[in-house]
Ligand binder design. Structure first.
Ligand code: CP
Ligand code: NVA
Length: 321
């Protein structure tokens, strides 16, 4: 196998089989935290934040260290990127020192620009458009609770709330890649971009999945195996708080809405959660919720992803399984 530089910028950067391979690796890491150590050396991975984070920061910092590497965590306020240094120049510098670049930022064009100039793998740790690492962790959580990675294809997942945000987009693309039936519901004005829906439908046609976008939360949740929601006000949208507190009330995930899903349906939320807004305490703190497994799985899924990306770059098959 010859080396191949790969990035994870959006959920459809990997194929159905590759997603399965990464999730199987995630299962192994969840059973044995020190299953693989591709960064023995230690070699550094740069982890950059232009937005706040608790889970992504801790899971990448701890994850890179457990992989035998050194996590170089840089915040916007402490970097020249935050003072306007071009992304391309930052990429050219970091790529000469680090073995991977992980970045949480605003526009998707920024991570794409980073990847264009990097000669090491670049990972999207959340942009305004996508959050692919989160959804790998979410699917790992379903696999753990519902019969393994092979059982993901054919499952029905429902995302309800701000259907125009990064989580909604990532569920559409990653769910289609997995061969799932993806149902997304939000109010008019907060539905996904038609280009992302078209991409998801094209992928679903190949994997046996399907895509439904609706304004009816009950239609989305009907018979679902897993129900997801997210904040109604994403990072960067804080000035819209008053406007955004109105249109979503019919999309709150509460006991009534959960009753339309399968009786044993799982509930997941990427966190941070706002109880009494997008989800009631009775659901997120109730028996169907697996949000703490989901949060822990950020660690296992991202270690799997980094190991897989490094395996691809080195052409080292032993790192892919
Ligand atoms: N879910 C998630 O990405 O959490 P953080 O914003 O805390 O990283
Ligand atoms: N949609 C949320 C996800 C947080 C993990 C945001 O972008 O703020």
């Amino acid at each position: 196998m010859t080396g191949q530089l790969r990035h994870m910028l959006r959920d459809d950067d990997i194929s159905h089989d590759e997603q399965k391979q990464i999730l199987e690796l995630g299962m192994k890491f969840s059973e044995n935290r020190f299953y693989r150590q591709p960064f023995a050396g230690p070699q550094a991975v740069a982890v950059l934040f232009d937005k706040p984070s608790t889970r992504t920061r801790s899971s990448f910092s701890i994850g890179v260290a457990e992989l035998g590497g050194y996590p170089l965590v840089i915040d916007k306020s402490g970097s020249q990127l935050g003072r306007g240094e071009p992304v391309a120049d930052t990429a050219r510098v970091l790529t000469r020192m680090a073995y991977g670049i992980v970045w949480r930022t605003f526009g998707q064009d920024r991570v794409e620009e980073m990847a264009k100039y990097a000669t090491c793998p670049v990972v999207n740790a959340l942009t305004d458009e996508f959050h692919p690492c989160q959804v790998l962790a979410d699917f790992l959580t379903i696999a753990q609770h519902r019969g393994g990675v092979d059982a993901l294809a054919g499952k029905t997942i429902a995302y309800v709330g701000d259907a125009a945000n990064n989580m909604s987009n990532s569920y559409l693309l990653a769910g289609a890649t997995a061969g799932m039936h993806v149902r997304v519901a939000g109010p008019l004005g907060y539905l996904p971009d038609s280009r992302i829906v078209a991409d998801a439908k094209r992928i679903a046609e190949q994997t046996g999945g399907s895509i439904l976008v609706t304004t009816d939360p009950k239609e989305a949740v009907a018979d679902a195996d897993c129900v997801f929601t997210d904040t109604w006000v994403s990072m960067g949208e804080e000035s819209e708080y008053a406007i955004r507190s109105k249109p979503f009330w019919d999309y709150q995930v509460n006991d009534k809405l959960m009753s339309y899903a399968k009786p044993d349906a799982l509930f997941q939320h990427c966190l941070p959660a706002y109880r009494g807004k997008e989800v009631t305490a009775s659901v997120i703190d109730g028996p169907q919720s697996v949000v703490w497994d989901e949060a822990e799985n950020r660690l296992h899924a991202q270690k799997a992803l980094l190991t897989w990306l490094i395996g691809k770059q080195r052409g080292d098959e032993t790192l892919l399984a």
